[in-house]
Design a protein around this ligand. Structure first.
Ligand code: ADP
Ligand code: ASP
Ligand code: MG
Length: 407
């Protein structure tokens, strides 16, 4: 008998009919003689709506406000767990829901993007031992003081993997609306190819560069606790994608895939004095305001001034502008230009470590399509470029073809 954690995403629980379908998936695992614990998202669209309501009433700047934000946005999952337990009971399966404070999914106090610190697995183990299917809300936890927290958007994946780790489950199945992890988002490139296996490291890079099929932290956690994660569709019976150690990926590939994100904005400070310490004076105040900077490029120039371009999260853009305006007297830049309409497109693959031509292929492909590169950043197994958002899909499709990733 195996113990499986099944996690269903928003589209897989989007209404009573879909919830019944999820219950059928639980039943078929039970019919194989396995034990099942379930982790759920809110119905698709619900979290967005709740976030919208909270933002309408508050600028969400204080810790007190963020705590209430969590109380509000965590409620979507409270609905689906109860509904799935009801659907299972109707099928003659013993089931009950547990809210995060009942399981004690303990997190730190960073409301809005809390980290799971510990899960008291015994409450769920006792439920399983009673022959029940425990159903747990994803995306949330509780602080030491007993306040509800949320884990950041897409956080139910992390809840699923964390529960699988705590229960030492044999597998964590992440049910979603695509059949697995593809070479790129199949909604943008219809010819994207499903990967049977992907190494944790490759998936971590894809997720952190924007592939939202798995939340980045869920991959980190799966890697750390050696959880066998499978990503698959709740709507078809096709085999999914298994996350495995690098040695287990039989099919050796240089490039894994292409990821993208539209969540960043560009800031250029033009005509900054080109002197030692200037980068520290630009990025210091941003760091103090807890604004993360991602890509950075700085030019050298002949007349003693330089331009610095970098990206911050779109949600931090207004705060970053404020911060830099305040620092104008010290930085003495001539102009600040901001642009939220940019996208970051990244090529990911272990081949980038050793094959210089693979990077060149990216620049060549974009040049052939007349797509201007605003910023470039690289690390061992990825290259990212910042481009105008309107060319994003064209860039992804062209790169996907250029690297021969099609099925
Ligand atoms: P869920 O609600 O089930 O958690 P998400 O919307 O969070 O689903 O994640 C699934 C989506 O991730 C897919 O619908 C797809 O558009 C997107 N996606 C982005 N990159 C990839 C990729 N490389 N492979 C598969 N899906 C991807
Ligand atoms: N419902 C949450 C969200 O929309 C968590 C999740 O779906 O993973 O972000
Ligand atoms: Mg998701």
């Amino acid at each position: 008998m195996a113990l499986i954690v099944q996690k269903f995403g928003g589209t897989s629980v989007a209404g009573p009919e879909r919830i019944r379908n999820a219950a059928m998936r639980v039943k078929s695992e039970l019919d194989k003689g396995n034990q099942v614990a379930v982790v759920l998202s809110a119905m698709s669209g619900v979290t967005d709506e709740l976030v919208g309501h909270a933002r309408e009433l508050s600028s969400l700047k204080t810790p007190e406000a963020l705590a209430e934000y969590d109380t509000v946005v965590a409620s979507g999952e409270q609905v689906t767990v109860g509904l799935l337990a009801l659907a299972l009971q109707e099928m003659g399966i013993k089931s009950r829901s547990f809210l995060s404070w009942q399981v004690k999914i303990k997190t730190d106090e960073t409301h809005g993007k809390a980290r799971i610190e510990e899960i008291d697995a015994h409450i769920i183990e006792e439920s399983l031992a009673r022959g029940e299917v425990p159903v747990i809300p994803g995306f949330q936890g509780v602080t030491a003081e007993g306040r509800v927290t949320t884990l950041g958007r897409g956080g139910s994946d992390t809840s699923g993997v964390a529960l699988a780790a705590a229960l030492k489950a044999d597998r964590c199945d992440i049910y979603t609306d695509v059949e697995g992890v593809y070479t790129t988002d199949p909604r943008i490139v219809t010819k994207a190819r499903k990967l049977n296996k992907i190494a944790y490291e490759e998936m971590l890079e894809m997720a952190s560069l924007g592939a939202k099929v798995l939340q980045t932290r869920s991959v980190e956690m799966a890697m750390k606790y050696k959880v066998r994660v499978q990503v698959l569709s709740s709507f078809t019976d096709a085999p999914g994608t298994l996350l495995v150690d690098e040695e287990e990926v039989m099919e050796r590939r240089l490039i894994t895939g292409i990821a993208y994100t539209k969540t960043d904005a560009r800031i250029t400070l033009a005509g900054v004095a080109d002197r030692p310490g200037i980068a520290a004076s630009v990025f210091g105040p941003l760091a103090d305001a807890e604004i993360n900077v991602d890509m950075i490029v700085q030019n050298v120039s002949a007349d003693g001034t330089t331009d610095i371009t970098f990206t911050v999260a779109k949600t931090d853009l207004a705060r970053a502008e404020d911060c830099l305006k305040k620092a104008q007297a010290e930085l003495k830049y001539k102009k600040m230009i901001t642009d939220p309409n940019v996208a970051k497109v990244s090529v990911v693959g272990v081949g980038l470590k050793s094959h210089a031509g693979l990077a060149q292929k990216m620049f060549q492909t974009l040049a052939e399509k007349n797509i201007n590169i605003l910023v470039i950043s690289t690390s061992e197994i990825k290259i990212s470029v910042l481009i105008a958002e309107e060319y994003m899909e064209l860039a992804i499709r062209s790169l996907h073809t250029a690297y021969g990733l099609e099925g």
